[in-house]
Write a protein that binds this ligand. Structure first.
Ligand code: PBG
Ligand code: ZN
Length: 320
């Protein structure tokens, strides 16, 4: 008889043979920065998550930097929205202010800047709208301008999340020609049209006011297509590729891990977070166990970098 239980007999033995470890250095925490002053507003659909104005960001960043995770993914919420998302590429925009504030005051925190138009457009779509359609090629220069503006503000990594075709190449070229050839691109390569983003759209005020995102984000039924998207982003110059959401797409993370050798990020998105929080608040699950199990699963599937709203809790639990 095979006695698998021999190596499960004590926590010391189990720890010795554990295959998957979670490192603080692999974790990234998403933050929401709203234009204005003296704001710390809870996001109702995401217990424990708040929107901060730049002047109060330190309340959060002190905790983030003490946690020793690697960095933050910054989402800005501008006061002014228009059809072309002009606040996204305004050098004095709220996202730029937040990025430079973080780099000036917390130089060791990596700042990853999410590049998309949906938080900045009055229609809430991730690209330019023309006669009710989201047009690809007209969107690319705006994304490229936004990326350069974020890099100029001090962003360490540029993370396009819009899902327009060709945006990695357009952003790479713009960054290179503006003197940012050393700024890496982490592309949301396999980003699905997912129901798991709805709490985020409250957090970032970015829900589309007509239609949905299915003409640019991926169909959840498609796996092989994700590998084509990732391969194409790599050929356009992506340094890190992302799969999003994470938990419902562990097969995609795993397939990408087998096929590609550059760093893979996974985004444990808002809906995945809120479902765990809600069940924990109802007393139906043990939050700590479930979160560590989920993050371990994402890591075991093959992700090197995990973006998660649980990051600060995970660090406490790893230590505790
Ligand atoms: C913007 C963007 C979204 C998320 C990250 N960047 C929303 C969307 O595409 O609708 C989702 C993050 C989350 O749900 O936590 N394009
Ligand atoms: Zn978007």
């Amino acid at each position: 008889m095979k006695r698998f239980r021999r190596l499960r007999g004590s926590e010391e033995l189990r720890r010795l043979v554990r295959e998957t470890q979670i490192y603080k250095s692999s974790l990234i925490y998403p933050i929401f920065v709203e234009e204005g002053e003296d704001i710390k507003k809870p996001v109702d659909s995401m217990p424990g998550v708040f929107r901060y104005s730049p002047d109060r960001l330190s309340e959060l960043l002190d905790e983030v930097s003490a946690s020793k995770i690697s960095g933050v993914l910054v989402f800005g919420i501008p006061a002014h929205k228009d059809a072309l998302g002009s606040s996204a590429y305004d050098d004095n925009g709220v996202t730029q202010q937040a990025i430079s504030f973080i780099k000036n005051n917390y130089p060791k925190l990596l700042v990853i800047a999410d590049v998309c138009l949906c938080e900045y457009t009055d229609h809430g779509h991730c690209g330019v709208v023309h006669e009710g359609r989201i047009v690809n090629d007209e969107t690319l220069p705006l994304l490229a301008k936004t990326a350069v503006s974020f890099a100029r503000a001090g962003a360490d990594i540029i993370a396009p999340s819009d899902m327009m075709d060709g945006r990695v190449a357009a952003i790479r070229e713009a960054l290179d020609s503006e003197g940012f050839s050393d700024t890496p691109i982490m592309s949301y390569s396999a980003k699905y049209a997912s129901g798991y983003y709805s709490p985020f759209r409250d957090a970032a005020d970015s829900a589309p006011c007509f239609g949905d995102r299915r003409t640019y984000q991926m169909d959840p039924a498609n796996g092989k297509e994700a590998l084509r998207e990732i391969a194409d982003d790599i050929s356009e110059g992506a340094d890190i590729v992302m799969v999003k959401p994470a938990l419902a797409y562990l097969d995609i993370i795993h397939a990408a891990r087998e096929r590609f050798d550059l760093p893979i990020a996974a985004y444990n998105v808002s809906g995945e977070y809120s479902m765990v929080k809600a069940a924990a608040q109802a007393g139906w699950i043990d939050e700590r166990r479930i979160v560590l199990e989920n993050i371990t699963a994402i890591k075991r599937a093959g992700a090197d970098i995990i973006i998660t709203y649980h990051a600060l809790d995970v660090v406490k639990w790893l230590e505790g």
